[in-house]
Design a protein around this ligand. Sequence first.
Ligand SMILES: C[S@@+](CC[C@H](N)C(=O)[O-])C[C@H]1O[C@@H](n2cnc3c(N)ncnc32)[C@H](O)[C@@H]1O
Length: 289
Amino acid sequence: MTQSSQTLDRKREFSLSDKEFKKLTGLVHSLTGIVLGNHKKDMLYGRLARRLRDLGFQSFTQYCDLLDSKKAYEETGFLVNAITTNLTKFYRESHHFDALADYSRTLSQDPARIQEKTFRVWSAGCSSGEEPYSIASLLLNRVPSICSWDSKILATDLDTNMLATGKAGVYKADVLDGVEPQFKTDLLDNCKVKAGRLQMKERARQMVHFKQLNLLHDWPMRGQFDVIFCRNVLIYFDKPTKEKLVSRYCEKLRPGGFLFLGHSESLQSPPQDLKLLGKTTYVKTGGKI
Ligand SMILES: C[S@@+](CC[C@H](N)C(=O)[O-])C[C@H]1O[C@@H](n2cnc3c(N)ncnc32)[C@H](O)[C@@H]1O
């Protein structure tokens, strides 16, 4: 144990040795792809201390023993939910929503697509649903013709607590704070406001399909997507994981389809088929439009 962690441990309810920290971060990495460097020790402690209390444990040694035992499988779900960072917002990085409106409007006028009448969006790492409901509200208000097609938004995340919030579609009214006025209208048109809460309306909820999916695992979806949002997720992964994911997204996009990444996730060397179109906005080559 380093001197600084000894000093911190004196103030802590549970001691967390360097060996235990290494074991936990190794497990988190293999389960989720999330990299937790040494500077994340306080964060990991803070997020797991409550779980130790709930389990009636006295130490991280007991917790690590649990993760080595036959009951580990059950516990890894709690571990993953505790470790993921779920910060999100309605209409976060709003330039992506302007680009989505333009692209979907163009598709809605494409004769081949008018015949086909399908439109698919994937919000990968959707957290508690603000991102996919932002997409649904925008499409319902601004591109209603595409919503009359077989249009679906797949919303996936690893964290089961976040997916449950998303499925319920109920948010505190302060989620509106900071949402730009033109997007606030889209959102308010698609929710009921009651007792300081926003409840997403049925038509928006019907468009969004929440599913648990670990991005590191196989993806069961058969078809390709017109648009993929994977924002503020790649930052938690190491370089090889990021690169592999981006090339898998590229395969999952229809030619001409869009990939939106988070503000600090610009690609140094994107796959050959992916061209930078605007700020963290990539387009798959080969599209007609
Ligand atoms: C910071 S949130 C981003 C939410 C939203 N995309 C946004 O930009 O507002 C990151 C999300 O990625 C999810 N996540 C992290 N690792 C994952 C993995 N391996 N598979 C699926 N989701 C993962 C987390 O659970 C979390 O909800």
